[in-house]
Design a protein around this ligand. Structure first.
Ligand code: NAI
Ligand code: MG
Length: 365
């Protein structure tokens, strides 16, 4: 029996409630398929702050580093609005991303047939939509130096952010996108602004070279990021994998998210560098939504984004493709059966709570 080490960080808000639902899936996999998942739990965000005054402890960081994958639920809320910046709940998430060097953020935009009517686009444009946005997460303008506001001395000030990308940063994100494309429809569209940004031109050149050297079997196209935004809302199904930088990826993945109809449905993965010895990648999986403090503790949160995040974990960290597909199919089935949590409730459907939704997915799995 292989041992698969999962580190769970339920966080605060609805985090602990939705975590319990995918733990049911782990138990099922262990019992029925001898999957050998070992679970450890840690504290992050408000839960960690309340316990020991930090957003995540060094001990829990070490356990996150040692795990095969981290499952993160959600953190944040008004309760911690006035705590110091470096121990705020969000600081725990940032530290995990930074210390695990999670440079590749994967945001699928999948439109479940049963929810196509809740998209902001016409159902026929989004039915069957399945695209994957691969966003560079640790570089670019959010981190580049200099980053400051300076006094010009004449009553004027100047704000500076700097877009910086090194060769290796673009090479590794491009490689992730091409590798993922091979497991899907084998197409990558790279987006930048080469017409006005040196870093965009450079991005284009490096992606083109990586493609030619190692991934010539994958279909590669390039699009200016603004045109990409237009195409995403005009005809989203034309895309398979989109690879782009941190800033454009932030915006384009949020645009793509809204095509699918609901925030409570969206999973994400963040992948790190491959270990030179084991070939394994550090990885963290989390729903796109936050801690929903407005509904926390009521048993009404939608656990499906968390469950879909676990499906990504099965797929990318453990290569359990069959199980991942079965979990995705189980999620689609409960929606087809008309089960809805409050956030995705629609006329003619049956309203269920968090644990009833989780049980239904387990039953359909
Ligand atoms: P949010 O995603 O927590 O909530 C937005 C709205 O969607 C709320 O009305 C909420 O009830 C609803 N919602 C979200 N997830 C849901 C689910 N699974 N089931 C049912 N309804 C759901 O975003 P908001 O309100 O802007 O932020 C709340 C807190 O979460 C803030 O402290 C924010 O910083 C934090 N946050 C944390 C993230 C993370 O942990 N990765 C990501 C985004 C926000
Ligand atoms: Mg965003």
């Amino acid at each position: 029996m292989s041992h698969r080490k999962l580190f769970l960080l339920p966080g605060d808000g609805i985090g602990p409630e939705i975590t319990e639902e995918f733990v049911k899936v782990i138990s099922l996999l262990n019992d029925k398929a001898s999957a050998g998942f070992e679970i450890e739990r840690g504290l992050v965000g408000g839960a960690a702050y309340d316990a020991h005054g930090k957003a995540i402890s060094d001990d829990d960081m070490a356990r996150a580093m040692a795990a095969d994958a981290v499952m993160f639920a959600a953190v944040g809320g008004p309760k911690w609005d006035n705590v110091a910046y470096d121990v705020r709940p969000e600081a725990g998430l940032l530290r995990l991303r930074k210390d695990l060097e999670l440079f590749a953020n994967l945001r699928p935009a999948i439109c479940y047939a049963a929810l196509a009517a809740s998209s902001s686009l016409k159902p026929e444009l989004v039915e069957g939509l399945d695209i994957l946005i691969v966003r560079e997460l640790t570089g670019g303008v959010y981190f580049g130096e200099p980053k400051e506001i300076i006094d010009l001395g004449n009553g004027q000030q100047r704000a500076i952010d700097t877009q910086v990308y090194d060769t290796y940063e673009i090479e590794r994100i491009a490689a992730v996108a091409f590798e993922l494309a091979r497991t899907r429809d084998n197409r990558v569209c790279s987006m930048e602004k080469r017409n006005v940004m040196k870093s965009g031109l450079f991005w284009n050149q490096v992606v083109t070279r990586v493609h030619k050297e190692k991934f010539a079997d994958v279909e590669l196209s390039h699009m200016l990021a603004d045109a990409g935004g237009m195409q995403l809302v005009r005809a989203p199904k034309q895309f398979d994998v989109i690879v782009t930088d941190n800033l454009f990826g932030d915006m384009l993945s949020d645009v793509a998210a809204m095509l699918t109809g609901s925030l409570g449905m969206l999973p994400s993965a963040s992948l790190g560098a491959e270990d030179a010895v084991t070939g394994k990648r550090k990885a963290m999986y989390e729903p796109v939504h936050g801690s929903a403090p407005d509904i926390a503790g009521q048993g009404v949160a939608n656990p499906l984004a968390m469950l879909a995040s676990f499906a990504m974990c099965l797929r990318y960290s453990f290569n359990m493709i069959e199980e991942a597909e079965a979990l995705d199919a189980a999620i689609a089935k409960v929606l087809d059966d008309g089960l809805r949590t409050g956030d995705i409730m629609a006329p003619g459907c049956r309203k269920v709570g968090t644990s009833e939704m989780g049980d239904a997915v387990v039953a359909a799995f």
